[in-house]
Design a protein around this ligand. Structure first.
Ligand SMILES: Cc1cc2nc3c(=O)[nH]c(=O)nc-3n(C[C@H](O)[C@H](O)[C@H](O)COP(=O)(O)OP(=O)(O)OC[C@H]3O[C@@H](n4cnc5c(N)ncnc54)[C@H](O)[C@@H]3O)c2cc1C
Length: 385
């Protein structure tokens, strides 16, 4: 890894130039703008390049090998990723586990896990959801019972993204059955090679095995793998949610769908059809609204202000706009739109089906649209519940 440099001392323009040049020079062209979530197996060489450059963890402090970017530079870094179509690798270790350990972890946990997470030796997946605990996560039933120096974990997680390629899982488990729902939950780090764990991939609609079920049968997890206090897992898990909502609220993906739609509509002469123009214009304006809203929240982050519950509005608008655009793209692709893979329609080469498949679950993960609306109703609009 190269020695850390103070990127915040650079002007925004100089920093942007440096990031842009690196991405353009080093990012594998065949992985630009991929229309699904990237797997570790295809991203590991890119991870290695970023790690070697000291750029794998833009949000981590320099003492732990991060770039320590301030909010403004962080936004530039993300904007350049989006501009060049750089995919996010399975980076939950960097975006979730690292920041949580820095805040709640012991010195021993930080010293063990942070360097290995950074180098890509440890690849993390998130074990929160269960068959009967998704939106109502606090009703999770996976249990962790202390026996001597170990927790004994039993239960099942589901929709665990890329667990089949991960080496470790961070999970929420019930450690006190008598306590109120949220109060009896703890946060554990678990090596997926521990005996008693079975990982079973689930194939999605597009045919990709992008998430898994994970079963725990009397799995012994050392007590030292508890993060935060016993029964304080809820506080640990909640700490990063609003930043994640900003991240998925970016207009990048709907913008990509709109660009494809515009090219395709031109090739098919659809801008002569007033009904199509009407729908296209409405969606383009929705996207403009999204970009403005995103800019407002990014501005808050840049100024170092905390994000409030109103960021739920961004998640709803980004994901629903993306779905509407992907739907129209699919419809406009007509026969070819219904067949997976890249097609050439009137000189426009694109995969018209993938954005649709990829946008469908977006109103479910990261907190469903209904749940976001509940949050807005309760905590922002103070509507009677
Ligand atoms: C692509 C993808 C990747 C995922 N990756 C992970 C992962 O890596 N790790 C992980 O732990 N989980 C992951 N999840 C799971 C995700 O967090 C859950 O799907 C989500 O929390 C919703 O839970 P659920 O699927 O159990 O649906 P449910 O909670 O059962 O909801 C079903 C429907 O009911 C609605 N609903 C539920 N409660 C209310 C309410 N109170 N008011 C109004 N409507 C309500 C919901 O909005 C939804 O439409 C992933 C999901 C997807 C789709």
């Amino acid at each position: 890894m190269t020695a850390a440099c103070d990127y915040n001392a650079l002007s925004d323009e100089a920093f942007r130039r440096e990031v842009r040049a690196f991405f353009e020079r080093e990012y594998p062209p065949h992985l630009r703008y991929i229309l699904r979530r990237a797997r570790w197996s295809e991203m590991k060489d890119w991870w290695r390049k970023l790690y070697t450059k000291g750029w794998i963890a833009p949000n981590w402090p320099r003492e732990w090998g991060g770039m320590a970017l301030d909010a403004g530079k962080m936004v530039i870094y993300l904007e350049e990723m989006e501009r060049y179509g750089v995919a996010r690798p399975p980076d939950q270790g960097v975006t979730q586990v690292g920041p949580l350990l820095m805040r709640f972890g012991t010195e021993a946990q930080k010293n063990h896990y942070l360097p290995r997470t950074l180098s890509g030796e440890y690849i993390w997946c998130q074990g929160y959801s269960e068959p009967n605990a998704g939106s109502d996560l606090a009703s999770l039933q996976t249990s962790a019972v202390l026996e001597g120096d170990d927790f004994v974990v039993n239960g099942q997680k589901t929709w665990t993204s890329f667990a089949d390629e991960a080496t470790h899982i961070y999970l929420l488990a019930r450690t006190d059955r008598q306590a109120e729902k949220q109060a009896g939950i703890s946060f554990l780090l678990v090596d997926l090679k521990t005996p008693g764990i079975t990982v079973r991939p689930i194939r999605n609609l597009a045919g990709h095995a992008e998430f898994c079920e994970v079963f725990f049968d009397s799995v012994r997890v050392p007590r030292e793998n508890l993060v935060g206090g016993l029964n304080e897992g809820w506080t640990v898990a909640k700490a990063l949610l609003s930043f994640e909502r900003l991240n998925i609220g970016s207009p990048r993906r709907p913008q990509y769908a709109l660009n494809r739609l515009e090219l395709l509509a031109r090739a098919k002469g659809l801008f002569d059809d007033p009904a199509f123009v009407d729908r296209f214009a409405a969606l383009k304006l929705d996207l403009e609204d999204l970009a403005a809203l995103y800019g407002r929240f990014v501005g808050k982050v840049k100024r170092g202000e905390p994000l409030g519950p109103d960021v739920s509005m961004l998640k709803i608008w980004a994901m629903e706009t993306w779905q509407r655009l992907s739907g129209l793209l699919l419809e406009t692709g007509a026969e070819e739109g219904a067949i997976a893979g890249v097609h050439d329609i009137g000189g426009v080469e694109a995969d018209f089906l993938s954005p649709f498949y990829y946008s469908l679950p977006a109103t479910i993960y990261g907190g469903s649209s209904e749940i976001q609306r509940n949050i807005l109703a309760k905590t922002v609009l103070h509507l009677p519940g």
